[in-house]
Design a protein around this ligand. Structure first.
Ligand SMILES: Nc1ncnc2c1ncn2[C@@H]1O[C@H](COP(=O)(O)OP(=O)(O)OP(=O)(O)O)[C@@H](O)[C@H]1O
Ligand SMILES: [Mg+2]
Length: 254
Protein backbone atom coordinates (compact mmCIF):
# COMPACT_ATOMS: atom_id res chain seq x y z
CA UNK A 1 0.00 0.00 0.00
CA UNK A 2 1.94 3.00 -1.26
CA UNK A 3 -0.30 5.49 0.44
CA UNK A 4 -0.54 3.86 3.88
CA UNK A 5 -1.24 6.18 6.79
CA UNK A 6 0.61 3.83 9.13
CA UNK A 7 3.48 1.61 8.09
CA UNK A 8 4.98 -0.51 10.85
CA UNK A 9 7.86 -2.82 10.07
CA UNK A 10 9.27 -5.20 12.65
CA UNK A 11 8.17 -3.05 15.58
CA UNK A 12 9.68 -4.47 18.74
CA UNK A 13 9.61 -3.16 22.29
CA UNK A 14 11.69 -4.68 25.05
CA UNK A 15 11.19 -3.31 28.57
CA UNK A 16 13.77 -3.66 31.31
CA UNK A 17 17.45 -4.51 31.28
CA UNK A 18 18.11 -7.30 33.81
CA UNK A 19 14.72 -8.88 33.51
CA UNK A 20 13.48 -8.23 30.02
CA UNK A 21 9.91 -8.24 28.77
CA UNK A 22 9.44 -8.45 25.03
CA UNK A 23 6.17 -6.53 25.10
CA UNK A 24 6.03 -6.26 21.31
CA UNK A 25 7.81 -8.67 19.04
CA UNK A 26 8.47 -8.01 15.35
CA UNK A 27 5.07 -6.57 14.46
CA UNK A 28 4.50 -5.44 10.87
CA UNK A 29 1.35 -4.10 9.25
CA UNK A 30 -0.06 -1.20 7.29
CA UNK A 31 -3.16 0.85 7.90
CA UNK A 32 -4.78 2.67 5.02
CA UNK A 33 -6.50 6.03 5.21
CA UNK A 34 -10.08 5.89 6.36
CA UNK A 35 -9.93 2.48 8.00
CA UNK A 36 -11.51 1.66 11.33
CA UNK A 37 -9.50 -1.16 12.86
CA UNK A 38 -9.70 -2.90 16.22
CA UNK A 39 -6.75 -4.24 18.19
CA UNK A 40 -7.70 -7.15 20.39
CA UNK A 41 -5.80 -9.51 22.67
CA UNK A 42 -5.57 -10.62 26.28
CA UNK A 43 -4.45 -8.42 29.11
CA UNK A 44 -0.68 -8.00 28.92
CA UNK A 45 -0.48 -9.06 25.27
CA UNK A 46 1.03 -5.73 24.16
CA UNK A 47 -1.93 -3.69 22.85
CA UNK A 48 -1.17 -0.49 24.77
CA UNK A 49 2.53 -0.89 24.01
CA UNK A 50 1.66 -0.97 20.31
CA UNK A 51 -0.58 2.09 20.57
CA UNK A 52 2.05 4.01 22.53
CA UNK A 53 4.62 3.30 19.83
CA UNK A 54 2.25 4.28 17.01
CA UNK A 55 1.32 7.42 18.95
CA UNK A 56 4.97 8.42 19.37
CA UNK A 57 4.46 8.35 23.13
CA UNK A 58 7.20 5.73 23.40
CA UNK A 59 10.06 4.59 21.18
CA UNK A 60 10.57 1.14 19.71
CA UNK A 61 13.60 -0.96 20.60
CA UNK A 62 13.72 -2.10 16.99
CA UNK A 63 11.73 -1.61 13.83
CA UNK A 64 10.51 1.14 11.61
CA UNK A 65 7.44 3.35 11.83
CA UNK A 66 6.28 5.64 9.04
CA UNK A 67 3.26 7.88 9.67
CA UNK A 68 1.63 9.67 6.77
CA UNK A 69 4.71 9.02 4.65
CA UNK A 70 7.08 10.44 7.24
CA UNK A 71 9.75 8.34 8.92
CA UNK A 72 9.58 8.71 12.68
CA UNK A 73 12.66 6.75 13.69
CA UNK A 74 15.48 8.87 14.91
CA UNK A 75 13.26 11.97 14.95
CA UNK A 76 14.06 14.46 17.71
CA UNK A 77 11.61 14.75 20.57
CA UNK A 78 10.57 18.11 19.16
CA UNK A 79 9.84 16.62 15.74
CA UNK A 80 7.95 13.76 17.39
CA UNK A 81 5.85 16.26 19.32
CA UNK A 82 5.02 18.18 16.18
CA UNK A 83 4.12 14.98 14.31
CA UNK A 84 1.88 14.05 17.25
CA UNK A 85 0.17 17.44 17.10
CA UNK A 86 -0.35 17.28 13.40
CA UNK A 87 -1.29 13.67 12.85
CA UNK A 88 -2.64 12.13 16.02
CA UNK A 89 -5.56 12.25 18.39
CA UNK A 90 -5.68 10.13 21.54
CA UNK A 91 -8.64 8.74 23.43
CA UNK A 92 -8.09 6.74 26.60
CA UNK A 93 -10.26 4.70 28.92
CA UNK A 94 -10.31 7.54 31.44
CA UNK A 95 -11.29 10.89 30.04
CA UNK A 96 -8.52 12.94 31.73
CA UNK A 97 -10.55 16.14 31.49
CA UNK A 98 -9.66 19.12 33.63
CA UNK A 99 -12.49 18.84 36.17
CA UNK A 100 -12.59 22.46 37.29
CA UNK A 101 -12.85 23.79 33.76
CA UNK A 102 -15.79 24.05 31.41
CA UNK A 103 -16.39 21.84 28.38
CA UNK A 104 -15.43 24.76 26.17
CA UNK A 105 -12.17 25.31 28.06
CA UNK A 106 -11.38 21.62 27.95
CA UNK A 107 -11.73 21.66 24.17
CA UNK A 108 -9.60 24.77 23.69
CA UNK A 109 -6.96 24.25 26.37
CA UNK A 110 -4.60 21.83 24.53
CA UNK A 111 -4.52 24.06 21.46
CA UNK A 112 -3.96 27.15 23.60
CA UNK A 113 -1.16 25.40 25.49
CA UNK A 114 0.41 24.42 22.16
CA UNK A 115 0.81 28.17 21.59
CA UNK A 116 -2.04 28.84 19.16
CA UNK A 117 -4.16 31.93 19.71
CA UNK A 118 -7.78 31.27 20.41
CA UNK A 119 -9.09 33.13 17.37
CA UNK A 120 -12.36 33.06 15.46
CA UNK A 121 -11.24 30.09 13.35
CA UNK A 122 -10.40 28.04 16.43
CA UNK A 123 -13.69 28.97 18.08
CA UNK A 124 -15.51 27.85 14.97
CA UNK A 125 -13.63 24.55 15.08
CA UNK A 126 -14.68 24.10 18.70
CA UNK A 127 -18.31 24.96 17.87
CA UNK A 128 -18.32 22.43 15.05
CA UNK A 129 -16.75 19.84 17.33
CA UNK A 130 -19.47 20.43 19.94
CA UNK A 131 -22.19 19.92 17.33
CA UNK A 132 -20.61 16.77 15.90
CA UNK A 133 -20.17 15.38 19.41
CA UNK A 134 -23.74 16.22 20.42
CA UNK A 135 -22.52 18.58 23.15
CA UNK A 136 -24.55 21.64 22.14
CA UNK A 137 -25.62 23.67 25.13
CA UNK A 138 -23.00 22.10 27.41
CA UNK A 139 -20.09 24.45 26.62
CA UNK A 140 -20.39 26.41 29.85
CA UNK A 141 -20.80 23.39 32.09
CA UNK A 142 -18.00 22.21 34.34
CA UNK A 143 -16.48 18.91 33.25
CA UNK A 144 -17.15 17.63 36.77
CA UNK A 145 -20.88 18.02 36.31
CA UNK A 146 -21.16 15.88 33.17
CA UNK A 147 -22.32 12.29 32.95
CA UNK A 148 -19.74 9.59 32.16
CA UNK A 149 -20.87 9.39 28.55
CA UNK A 150 -20.75 13.18 28.13
CA UNK A 151 -17.26 13.33 29.64
CA UNK A 152 -15.98 10.74 27.21
CA UNK A 153 -17.57 12.64 24.30
CA UNK A 154 -15.75 15.80 25.40
CA UNK A 155 -12.51 13.79 25.58
CA UNK A 156 -13.14 12.55 22.04
CA UNK A 157 -13.89 16.11 20.95
CA UNK A 158 -10.63 17.28 22.46
CA UNK A 159 -8.77 14.57 20.54
CA UNK A 160 -10.42 15.78 17.32
CA UNK A 161 -9.80 19.51 17.72
CA UNK A 162 -6.75 19.35 15.43
CA UNK A 163 -8.75 17.22 12.97
CA UNK A 164 -6.00 14.58 13.03
CA UNK A 165 -6.00 11.96 10.26
CA UNK A 166 -5.43 9.20 12.85
CA UNK A 167 -7.14 8.62 16.18
CA UNK A 168 -5.65 6.07 18.56
CA UNK A 169 -8.13 4.91 21.17
CA UNK A 170 -7.09 2.64 24.05
CA UNK A 171 -10.18 1.03 25.57
CA UNK A 172 -12.26 4.14 24.88
CA UNK A 173 -15.44 2.52 26.11
CA UNK A 174 -13.91 0.49 28.94
CA UNK A 175 -15.64 2.72 31.49
CA UNK A 176 -19.01 3.10 29.79
CA UNK A 177 -22.30 1.24 29.86
CA UNK A 178 -23.70 -0.40 26.73
CA UNK A 179 -25.71 2.60 25.63
CA UNK A 180 -22.76 4.99 25.84
CA UNK A 181 -20.48 2.39 24.27
CA UNK A 182 -22.81 2.25 21.27
CA UNK A 183 -22.93 6.05 21.14
CA UNK A 184 -19.12 6.28 21.06
CA UNK A 185 -18.90 3.67 18.35
CA UNK A 186 -21.53 5.45 16.22
CA UNK A 187 -19.63 8.68 16.73
CA UNK A 188 -16.39 7.12 15.48
CA UNK A 189 -18.24 5.80 12.44
CA UNK A 190 -19.79 9.15 11.67
CA UNK A 191 -16.50 11.05 12.04
CA UNK A 192 -14.85 8.42 9.87
CA UNK A 193 -17.54 8.87 7.20
CA UNK A 194 -17.65 12.68 7.37
CA UNK A 195 -13.99 13.53 7.82
CA UNK A 196 -12.22 10.38 6.62
CA UNK A 197 -10.55 9.98 10.02
CA UNK A 198 -8.75 6.66 10.54
CA UNK A 199 -9.37 4.91 13.86
CA UNK A 200 -7.33 2.27 15.63
CA UNK A 201 -9.27 1.08 18.64
CA UNK A 202 -7.98 -1.22 21.37
CA UNK A 203 -10.97 -2.98 22.82
CA UNK A 204 -12.01 -5.91 24.99
CA UNK A 205 -15.54 -5.51 23.70
CA UNK A 206 -16.17 -8.26 21.17
CA UNK A 207 -19.19 -6.48 19.75
CA UNK A 208 -17.28 -3.27 19.14
CA UNK A 209 -14.46 -5.24 17.51
CA UNK A 210 -16.94 -7.08 15.31
CA UNK A 211 -18.30 -3.77 14.02
CA UNK A 212 -14.95 -2.47 12.78
CA UNK A 213 -13.54 -2.98 9.28
CA UNK A 214 -10.56 -4.98 10.39
CA UNK A 215 -9.30 -6.81 13.46
CA UNK A 216 -5.65 -7.09 14.48
CA UNK A 217 -5.00 -9.65 17.21
CA UNK A 218 -1.94 -9.45 19.43
CA UNK A 219 -0.77 -12.43 21.45
CA UNK A 220 2.40 -12.39 23.56
CA UNK A 221 3.58 -9.31 21.70
CA UNK A 222 3.11 -10.85 18.26
CA UNK A 223 0.57 -9.99 15.61
CA UNK A 224 -1.16 -13.35 15.21
CA UNK A 225 -4.18 -12.37 13.12
CA UNK A 226 -5.12 -9.55 10.78
CA UNK A 227 -8.56 -10.08 9.32
CA UNK A 228 -10.89 -7.96 7.28
CA UNK A 229 -14.18 -7.93 9.06
CA UNK A 230 -17.05 -9.18 6.93
CA UNK A 231 -19.70 -7.59 9.14
CA UNK A 232 -17.81 -4.38 9.85
CA UNK A 233 -18.61 -1.18 7.93
CA UNK A 234 -22.11 -2.43 7.18
CA UNK A 235 -23.24 -1.07 3.88
CA UNK A 236 -26.86 -0.19 3.31
CA UNK A 237 -27.07 -3.06 0.85
CA UNK A 238 -25.69 -5.51 3.39
CA UNK A 239 -28.15 -4.33 6.01
CA UNK A 240 -30.97 -4.63 3.53
CA UNK A 241 -29.88 -8.15 2.73
CA UNK A 242 -30.05 -8.92 6.45
CA UNK A 243 -26.39 -9.83 6.60
CA UNK A 244 -25.50 -7.82 9.68
CA UNK A 245 -26.31 -7.96 13.35
CA UNK A 246 -28.82 -5.58 14.88
CA UNK A 247 -26.02 -3.61 16.58
CA UNK A 248 -24.21 -3.08 13.32
CA UNK A 249 -27.48 -2.14 11.64
CA UNK A 250 -28.00 0.62 14.18
CA UNK A 251 -24.46 1.81 13.46
CA UNK A 252 -25.27 1.91 9.76
CA UNK A 253 -28.35 4.03 10.36
CA UNK A 254 -26.50 6.68 12.33
N1 LIG B 1 6.71 0.47 31.37
C1 LIG B 1 6.80 -0.86 31.41
N2 LIG B 1 7.86 -1.49 32.00
C2 LIG B 1 7.98 -2.82 32.01
N3 LIG B 1 7.09 -3.66 31.48
C3 LIG B 1 6.02 -3.13 30.88
C4 LIG B 1 5.80 -1.71 30.81
N4 LIG B 1 4.65 -1.47 30.16
C5 LIG B 1 4.15 -2.67 29.84
N5 LIG B 1 4.96 -3.67 30.26
C6 LIG B 1 4.76 -5.11 30.04
O1 LIG B 1 4.60 -5.32 28.66
C7 LIG B 1 3.58 -6.29 28.40
C8 LIG B 1 2.51 -5.68 27.53
O2 LIG B 1 1.83 -4.67 28.26
P1 LIG B 1 0.64 -3.80 27.65
O3 LIG B 1 0.33 -2.73 28.61
O4 LIG B 1 1.03 -3.40 26.28
O5 LIG B 1 -0.54 -4.86 27.58
P2 LIG B 1 -2.06 -4.68 27.13
O6 LIG B 1 -2.31 -5.67 26.05
O7 LIG B 1 -2.34 -3.26 26.86
O8 LIG B 1 -2.86 -5.15 28.44
P3 LIG B 1 -4.25 -4.65 29.07
O9 LIG B 1 -5.34 -5.27 28.24
O10 LIG B 1 -4.23 -5.19 30.45
O11 LIG B 1 -4.27 -3.15 29.02
C9 LIG B 1 3.11 -6.75 29.77
O12 LIG B 1 3.81 -7.92 30.10
C10 LIG B 1 3.49 -5.62 30.68
O13 LIG B 1 3.72 -6.09 31.98
MG1 LIG C 1 -3.57 -1.82 27.78
Amino acid sequence: MADALVLAEGLTKVYGTLEQTRALDDVSFEIGRGEIAAVIGRSGSGKSTLLNLLGLLDTATEGRLVLDGRATDGASSRDRASLRNELLGFVFQFHHLLPEFTVWENLLMPTAIAGKTVDAALRELAEETMVVLGLEGLGGKNANDLSGGQKQRVAIGRALMNRPPLVLADEPTGNLDTENTDAVYRLFRRINADWGTTFLIVTHDQEIASMTDRILEIRDGKLVADVRNPVGAPSVAAVAAGLTTSRSSSAARS
